[in-house]
Design a protein around this ligand. Structure first.
Ligand SMILES: C[S@@+](CC[C@H](N)C(=O)[O-])C[C@H]1O[C@@H](n2cnc3c(N)ncnc32)[C@H](O)[C@@H]1O
Length: 365
């Protein structure tokens, strides 16, 4: 570590230790015209749901319908969806994080434990949403709407448990759920320099990707990179002080995306589930960085197209290829928001973590 980095790190450490262990800010709630909570600030919160009113206004079109919350987290969106459902409505909520599921089991006990439950909890990836069955019947064709609020919850960041935050020292794990993914520390130990650089560039859009990748390889020859603070020290050595905080966020984001194959899982899930949904079903997706948003935009636009490029390896396309290079198909999605929605200034003031959110909505044709 450079002298500058040493000093900065020592200062931050001192500041952290001299602060009270937990600062509880007074709760501040903003309500919409119909009484829906727009944002609540309370430092004790697990996670403040983002664009709550907008998401639920677009998602819940039928109070008797069946909905999927693919990213349960602290259950903020799930609670609002349930509030809008009738006793006949149903919500199936997914999270790979066992703690989110355990907490929801308590929070929503009345709806989950009920003999005719309004809510089902699924401790697995939302990528299984297209294959869920209830009472032995495939569910996807009964789905009225699906919400994905991507990324991580504030609790996952703040507690540092699986090594997602550079602010808390812990093992570099970074896996949501499934144990068959590599740990981030394993990925860092075994990936060759060029690929490390590509991960940082592609999933972090990190300008110092080359230098950081080279430094990781140098450091790991001497000792394994096992903790969040090991990785943080490497980044701090490579990046000037005034750019460090953003670089740290981007580097941690890049490894998290790589470990969990987040962009592939998102694309596969959207492409897999949309054709199976019922007509009129809504797909509502909240993203927090341009890479995720690009995937959602591309998939939505592809599925909304009236013509697709011909595939020369597909015999069904061979005849049409004589006349044109594209064939006409029926679109299966209608993109309802041509441009994504962003949170209001008021919401960002109360919940700064909402600032990069973008909301996209489409409807099954
Ligand atoms: C931004 S939080 C959701 C917050 C939630 N909407 C709320 O109101 O509290 C994202 C959650 O999605 C979960 N998650 C991320 N990828 C997932 C996946 N592929 N399958 C299921 N859950 C996932 C994370 O564990 C995290 O709890």
């Amino acid at each position: 570590m450079t002298n500058d980095a040493d000093k900065l790190y020592a200062m931050k450490k001192k500041r952290r230790h001299s602060a009270p262990s937990r600062f509880i800010a007074p709760s501040e709630t903003v309500l919409g015209e119909d009484g829906t909570e727009i944002a609540t600030k309370n430092a004790g919160d697990y996670h403040v749901p983002v664009m709550l009113k907008e998401c639920c206004d677009w998602l819940v079109t039928d109070p008797d319908g069946t909905y999927i919350d693919g990213t349960l987290g602290g259950g903020g969106h799930s609670a609002e969806i349930l509030r809008r459902l009738s006793p006949h409505g149903h919500l199936i909520a997914f999270d790979e994080d066992g703690e989110a599921i355990a907490r929801a089991r308590q929070r929503f006990a009345d709806d989950v434990e009920n003999p005719s439950p309004r809510m089902t909890l699924s401790h697995t990836s939302f990528s299984f949403a297209c294959s869920i069955k209830r009472d032995g019947k495939p569910q996807a064709q009964d789905i009225t709407g699906i919400l994905l609020d991507l990324g991580v919850s504030s609790r996952q960041l703040d507690t540092g448990g699986i090594g997602l935050s550079y602010r808390v020292n812990s093992h570099l794990d970074m896996r949501f759920g499934s144990r068959d993914k590599p740990l981030a520390s394993e990925l860092i130990a075994t990936t060759e320099q060029g690929q490390l650089e590509q991960i940082l560039r592609e999933f972090g859009e990190e300008p110092f990707a080359k230098v950081i990748a080279r430094r990781i390889v140098d450091v790991r020859r001497l000792a394994p990179v096992m903790t969040t603070f090991d990785l943080r020290a490497i980044v701090e050595e490579c990046v000037p002080p005034h750019l460090r905080q953003q670089a740290l966020s981007r580097v941690f984001q890049a490894f998290r995306i790589a470990v969990n194959r987040e962009l592939d899982v998102l694309e596969e899930t959207l492409r897999g589930i949309v054709p199976r949904l019922q007509k009129g079903a809504r797909i509502v997706v909240l993203t927090y960085h341009s890479l995720e948003d690009r995937v959602v935009k591309t998939v939505f636009n592809d599925l909304a197209k009236r013509s697709v490029p011909l595939d020369p390896t597909n015999p069904d396309d061979a005849e049409a290829a004589i006349k044109s290079t594209t064939k006409r198909i029926e679109p299966i999605l209608n993109v309802l928001l041509k441009k994504p929605l962003a949170p209001s200034d008021e919401e960002i003031r109360i919940n700064p973590r909402a600032r990069s959110a973008k909301l996209r909505v489409a409807e099954k044709c």
